[in-house]
Design a binder for this molecule. Structure first.
Ligand code: NDP
Length: 463
């Protein structure tokens, strides 16, 4: 007989320690959402920070806020059938996790990658809840995507896939209901095809997607925003302890959207970037990846859609390490900008051993929990993804504002607003995360992000 597992009143005052209550809560989450390890990991990280705060605020216990926030509003899953260049019919699975619209329309990116499944998108949508809240903009949380691999596909195939995906998704989204954006495998090209199909079917020209090209409603600085924001956050953390990014040696993972603009902003700040990577391996360039080399990487990745291994053919003084990640290269600042769980405990120990002082996460949940413990024990300034990479969704929020106003702001205006938002996030982390004179950014971000959504849920009644 199949059973529906109801959420029990999980927060108790009967546990002998906070850890008991965290463990009890997590057992309930795992039971209700089995086989979703990334979701469990993301929830655990938040609950560890937030549970003591919930214990101190009875209203959140009474209204079962944590229990409610560990169930998404809804999950839509659908078949995506499309034809490849050989006329063969191909079938993928598409999703949209509409997590919460407590503080604004559902908002969060679409990921096209073979590893996409429900649990991965639930983790990303859960993270998005706190991240979007931290920006101070009126955005709820969602995430979607498909187990489609754009690598090696022609433009025509990507277009037909995007059209088939949007043919179903368009029933659920809209400028005031749910506003998707890009993520891994979904950049300007895909957003263009998706937007075209939405318009064709629904017949309205509206700000239903962000990350649009400039010609039809995109915002200046949106492509740059996540990477730039990650560096603004690193600079804010360093300023808080009387230091700066100037002269720092940085290791960057990934070579996609976030990694490229993190590198660009690091250079603007007078830092030196010595690595980039992709799922094949890492390039280490001891001379530094300067603007000219970065421009070459952008052309390689965004136009030719090549592999980072080609870097050493063009710049032979650099070294390519097949299958390796960048974390054994000595650095002051590590910038994980590729994917989840890309920094292991051993990687974190190596970073610390080599003198790394700052980790600012462009990617979502790139550090495993044991790696975070290593940062904490060794006093590394740790800017977790939901704070440090919130610049992307923040400028998506600004794109929504501009679409509603039917106006476009200048590059300088958007960049100033982005800097202000990242500073505001940093301040919230300081306010809620300072312990014994030091800032625990993970705690601060989780509590500040939680509080706003929780207060909205309380005010809106049981639903
Ligand atoms: P892109 O698709 O542009 O680039 C992703 C990069 O990460 C590529 O270099 C890719 O290499 C690498 N990568 C992906 N999966 C793996 C893997 N399993 N192992 C090693 N490398 C991998 O994506 P984005 O730059 O947009 O996103 C990067 C990260 O930033 C993600 O975690 C995303 O969720 C997060 N993020 C993105 C935002 C945005 O605005 N785009 C906003 C906030 C967070 P390869 O080509 O070989 O797959």
């Amino acid at each position: 007989m199949s059973t529906v597992i109801e959420s029990e009143p999980i927060v108790t005052s009967g546990g002998t320690s906070v850890q008991d209550d965290v463990d009890r809560f997590m057992r309930g989450v795992v039971e209700r959402s089995p086989n979703e390890p990334e979701f469990h990991q993301a929830v655990h990280e938040v609950v560890e920070s937030v549970l003591p705060f919930v214990m101190d605020h009875k209203v959140y216990q009474e209204h079962k806020i944590l229990e409610r926030l560990t169930e998404p509003d809804r999950i839509i899953s659908f078949r995506v059938a499309w034809q490849d260049d050989h006329g063969q019919t191909r079938v993928n699975r598409g999703y949209r996790v509409e997590y919460t619209n407590a503080i604004g329309p559902y908002k969060g990116g679409l990921r096209f990658h073979p590893t996409v499944y429900q649990g991965l998108l639930k983790f990303l949508a859960f993270e998005q809840t706190f991240k979007n809240s931290l920006t101070g903009l009126p955005m709820g949380a969602g995430k979607g995507g498909a187990n489609f691999d754009p690598k090696g596909k022609s433009d025509g195939e990507v277009m037909r896939f995007c059209q088939a995906f949007m043919t179903e998704l368009c029933k659920y989204i809209g400028a005031n209901t749910d506003v998707p954006a890009g993520d891994i495998g979904v950049g300007g090209r895909e957003i263009g095809y998706l937007f075209g199909q939405f318009k064709r079917i629904r017949g309205t020209f509206e700000g239903v997607l962000t990350g649009k090209p400039l010609e039809f409603g995109g915002s200046l600085i949106r492509p740059e925003a996540t990477g730039y924001g990650t560096l603004y956050f690193a600079e804010n953390m360093l300023e808080h302890v009387g230091d700066s990014m100037k002269g720092k040696v940085c290791t960057v993972s990934g070579s996609g959207n976030v990694a490229q603009y993190a590198t660009e902003k690091a250079l603007d700040m007078g830092a030196k970037v010595v690595t980039l990577s992709d799922s094949g391996g890492t390039v280490y360039d001891p001379d530094g990846i300067d603007r000219e080399k970065l421009a070459w990487v952008m052309e390689l990745k965004n136009v030719r859609r090549g592999r980072i291994s080609e870097y050493v053919e063009k710049f032979p003084k650099a070294e390519y390490r097949a299958g390796a990640r960048p974390w054994d290269v000595p650095c002051d600042v590590a910038l994980p900008c590729a994917t989840q769980n890309e920094v292991s405990k051993e990687d974190a120990e190596t970073l610390v051993k080599n003198g790394c002082k700052v980790v600012s996460e462009g990617a979502n949940m790139p550090s495993v929990p044991e790696a975070i413990d290593v940062y904490m024990k060794n006093g590394v300034l740790y800017g977790l993804g939901k704070a440090a990479n919130a610049g992307g969704v923040a400028v998506s929020g600004l794109e929504m504002s501009q679409n509603s106003l039917r106006l476009s702001w200048t590059r300088e205006e958007v960049d100033e607003k982005l800097k202000g938002i990242m500073k505001g996030i940093h301040q919230q982390c300081v306010e809620y995360g300072t312990e014994n004179g030091k800032v625990n950014y993970a705690k601060g971000a989780n509590i500040a992000g939680f509080k706003k959504v929780a207060d909205a849920l309380v005010a809106q009644g049981v639903h």
